[in-house]
Structures are given as C-alpha cells and as structure tokens.
Write a protein that binds this ligand. Structure first.
Ligand code: UGA
Ligand code: MN
Length: 308
C-alpha cells in the first residue's frame, strides 16, 4: 500500500479555498436575508407592531394595461409590511380581475376592494384627454368614508393617495412611516408638471417648507402632485369636511384636500430634506390594439379564455 502524502503547500491551498467559500456563503446570506437598511428597519420585529399603518388609496379602471399596472403595485405592497391597500374600482361592481390579483399576491388580508362609478357626464367620450373633470374624485371619497367608519382612531395611521400608474420606491414607505400625528408629510416627485422634479423648498435648517419650485400653475395654494404627500389619519377625523371635489379645476385637487387639513408651515419635510426622489409621475402610453380590433371584427380574439 502506497502512503498518501499531503504536502504543507496543499494544506495551505485547501485552507485558502475553504476560507473563500465560507466568505461567499456569508456574503450571499447577508444579501438575501437583510436587504437595505430601510427594509431591515421596517422588518425588525419590535418595529413591525409600532409602525403606523399606511392606508394606500388607489382608484383604478378597466383598460388593457390595468392588470400590468396593478401587478407592479402589488409587488411593491408585498415588500411593505405595514401597508393596507384600499383599491377602488371605477365600475358598477368589483371585478374578478382585481380580486384574483389580490388573492395571488397574498394581499387579501391587507386590502379592501371597493367600487363606485364616475358619473358618465364627467367623461367626454372619444377625446384625449377624455376628461372634463378631475379623475379619481368619486373613488377617493368613497375610500375616505370607508376609512372614517373603519379605522381605530386611537392608533396612529397614514393615508396616501396613489395613482395606479405611477412608479414608487419601497423606500418612500419607510419615509412615510415617519409622519407625526397631526402632520402632512411632503417630498419631491419626479417627472411631473413639465419638470424633471417638482419639490418643496425648505428654510435654512430644513425644518419648514417655505416655497415650491413648481412651473405649472405655481399660484395654487399647494402647487404639488397627489404623489407628493401623505396625511396623518387623525386629521381626517378632526376635519370631517375634508373631501375631494368636482367643483375645482384640474390640478387643484391636491390644494382642495390639503386646505382643510394643514398649512404650508406645518408640512413635515421628508426624503432627505426633500432632496431624494422616491416617486415618479410616470404615465403609461395608451395600448395600441389595431391588430386585435381587426381580429375581433372577424369574430376572433387573441385573449380568448385568457385574462391579460
Ligand atoms: C394626475 C394626478 O396624478 C392624479 O392623482 C389626479 O387624480 C389627476 O391628475 C387629475 O386631477 O385628474 P394623471 O396621470 O393625469 O394624474 O391621471 P390618471 O393616472 O389617468 O388618473 C388618476 C387615477 O384615477 C388613476 O389611479 C386612475 O386609474 C384613476 N382613474 C382614471 C379612474 O379611476 N377612472 C378613469 O376613468 C380614469
Ligand atoms: Mn397617472
């Protein structure tokens, strides 16, 4: 029998390989289990029960890209533990598309599905934009009355109005969780109002909003987009008259709701002193379906029996 001889050099190489493998396993474990700091904070066990619940109110309506938009949003919500999604369909009934989307993303227990149809006289058919009045008014007001009737007024909570087609960073929800009772949190919004970014301007010590950089209708009381702010729930209880209105021009919905609830000097600046962009007012282009229409004229369709 020949003797197996292990040279010191081989032992050294083996030890080095072992250390490298150990380091790689450790790094991978870190990446998948811990994530960025703001997520770690949201998931820390002692935090999860103390974080305010965020009620996200989303009006939505049936069109070819609806499921794609809502799928994007549902993935965001799957990452944010303290979120409750109030999804309000602009329709006479709730749909199985939305119901099964909530089901499949595991959000049934953290969501409320409502519906209310916008009166048809408020939509101008066949024109782009096909609206004469602001969108989402009816739906957001229904969600607000649901909230006023259902929330536990003793617990601090946040209300955020979310379009179904914007792009949101998970980090925005970590920032929003910092909103204090009685306050409205505010931050910049990207790609809106004809600018790369619309943002609040702060005083020297970054504690107060002293103005806005808006280019579109800067004379508005709050010249900001719907995605630029979230509201402490107690304000909706203190000011029951705060609702959205059809009686204001487009672009004035934000000012309309905020004028009941706060003043400029009471806004709470967030997102790194309003220097980080964590939400973008993206708009999805209208889906082109000319081939589909041609098919349907022949009595066929590409999505026969398939929900798209
Ligand atoms: C901008 C603002 O970002 C909206 O928050 C605001 O409601 C709107 O202007 C307005 O004042 O009219 P914009 O991108 O122009 O938004 O509007 P959409 O994203 O088309 O609509 C806003 C929300 O209303 C969306 O969540 C959309 O799904 C919903 N919507 C739109 C309906 O529920 N029904 C409709 O027929 C159209
Ligand atoms: Mn939009």
């Amino acid at each position: 029998m020949s003797e197996v001889r292990i040279r010191p050099r081989q032992v050294l190489i083996l030890i080095i390989v072992f250390i490298i493998v150990l380091m790689m396993v450790h790094r991978n474990g870190k990446r998948t289990c811990q994530g960025p700091e703001y997520l770690q904070a949201m998931y820390a066990q002692d935090q999860i029960n103390t974080l305010p619940k965020i009620y996200a109110i989303t009006p939505t309506y049936a069109r070819p890209a609806q499921k794609a938009e809502l799928t994007r949003l549902s993935h965001l919500f799957m990452l944010v533990p303290n979120l409750h999604w109030i999804i309000v369909e602009d329709a006479n009934t709730t749909s199985s598309l939305v119901r099964s989307l909530l089901d499949r993303s595991g959000l049934v227990d953290r969501s409320t599905q409502l519906n209310i149809k916008t009166p048809p006289e408020f939509k101008l058919q066949g024109k782009d934009p096909n609206w004469i009045k602001p969108r989402g008014v009816e739906q957001r007001n229904l969600a607000l009355s649901w909230l006023r009737a259902h929330v536990d007024v003793e617990r601090h909570a946040i209300v955020f109005f979310m379009d179904d087609d914007n792009s949101y960073a998970v980090e925005l929800f970590a920032e929003m969780s910092k909103i204090k009772p009685g306050r409205v949190g505010i931050w910049p919004v990207g790609l809106v109002g004809g600018l790369m970014v619309e943002r609040p301007l702060l005083n020297a010590d970054n504690t107060q909003v002293v103005g806005f950089n808006a280019a579109w209708r800067p004379e508005r009381p709050f010249p900001i987009d719907m995605a630029a702010f979230a509201i402490s729930m107690d304000l909706f209880i203190s000011f029951p008259q705060a609702i959205f209105s059809y009686e204001v021009q487009r672009g004035y919905q934000e000012s309309e709701i905020l004028r009941h609830l706060t003043t400029r000097d009471k806004l709470q600046p967030l997102a790194n002193n309003c220097r980080d962009v964590l939400v973008w007012h993206t708009r999805t282009e209208k889906t082109k379906l000319n081939a589909e229409e041609a098919l349907q004229r022949k009595g066929q369709r590409s999505d026969d029996g398939i929900e798209v």
